[in-house]
Design a protein. Structure first.
Length: 305
């Protein structure tokens, strides 16, 4: 009888130890009691490198949450969110009113988070002598009315246009803000990513392209042009943080994440980390984009309360 009682006591202790170990595992990494889970995020190719870096650093911070990142363009990500295929959509443009309507019709209540700032960089081949353009000149180049670099003070060389595919948020933003909703020239080469545009311009002396600022800081073989509002205005560079954040650089924008409703659980943890000045915002700066100004960051964090 005594032996049987001892065996029962040992079994009880073992169960307690196993429960304690399981609890410790759940409480590890980030201090949460969430079980291991996956956040699915899809969208902007401009944000692909940034989002991947965020995911890697976040998973090192909180091993209980895995974040799966994929691209395809802002429109593709928003469509996937509306179809309830992903938890988060990444977009380099704001959601359109038609997309909001579709989301609401699907039973969603989307929440928009600004998560970083981008200055769209206009790049040319390193041999090109043109150092700046006005917005009007840039518009003329991309709508096809300016076809030779000598029309803007450069060499006698045909202009080769590189841009993004139509599902890209950068394609839509550039069309709205530079082309004033006019059509792109039919001869523009539509590329599926920023890196592809950089590579194409590196190889083409007449090339010009537009890419997120995070893709030019370490790129060789290209020039980053300054942009002027008009002929009488000063020129500003997207590499000038103050010019971008103040709006003096004319082709600057926020980068966004969208959730289907107020975030909770693992999605909340993910966004809370991204919107931390000492965590996700620092990663954005390291990748080459710009962290949110403090007042904007505070407003975005308030949406998590």
């Amino acid at each position: 009888m005594e032996k049987k009682t001892m065996m029962i006591a040992i079994a009880v202790v073992a169960v307690i130890l196993i429960a304690a170990m399981a609890g410790a595992l759940l409480m590890d990494n980030g201090g949460t009691d969430q079980p291991a889970t996956t956040v699915k995020q899809k969208g902007s190719d401009t944000m692909l490198e940034l989002a991947s870096a965020w995911a890697e650093d976040f998973q090192a911070y909180d091993g209980n949450v895995s974040v799966e990142i994929s691209g395809g363009g802002s429109g593709t990500g928003i469509t996937a969110l509306i179809a309830k295929q992903v938890d988060v959509a990444q977009a380099s443009r704001a959601m359109k009113s038609s997309e909001w309507d579709q989301a609401i019709a699907a039973g969603l209540d989307p929440v928009e988070f600004k998560v970083a700032v981008d200055g769209i960089a206009i790049i040319t081949h390193q041999s090109n002598t043109v150092s700046n353009l006005t917005i009007a000149q840039l518009r003329g180049i991309y709508n096809g009315t300016i076809t030779n670099w000598n029309q803007v003070g450069g060499p006698d060389l045909s202009i080769a246009l590189y841009g993004r595919q139509s599902t890209s948020g950068t394609y839509a933003y550039f069309q709205e803000h530079v082309l004033l909703n006019g059509a792109y020239d039919v001869g523009m080469n539509q590329m599926t990513g920023n890196a592809a545009i950089v590579q194409a311009v590196q190889l083409n002396e007449g090339g010009i392209g537009y890419v997120g600022i995070g893709y030019v800081s370490s790129a060789s073989g290209i020039n980053v042009l300054d942009i002027k509002k008009d002929d009488s205005s000063p020129a500003y560079s997207p590499l000038d943080k103050d010019a971008v954040l103040s709006g003096q650089y004319n082709i600057a924008r926020y980068l966004y994440l969208y959730t289907a409703q107020d975030p909770e659980g693992a999605v909340w943890q993910w966004l809370n980390w991204i919107l931390d000045a000492n965590k996700g915002q620092k990663v954005a700066e390291q990748i080459g984009f710009y962290a949110l100004p403090s007042d904007v960051l505070e407003a975005q964090r308030a949406k998590l309360l």
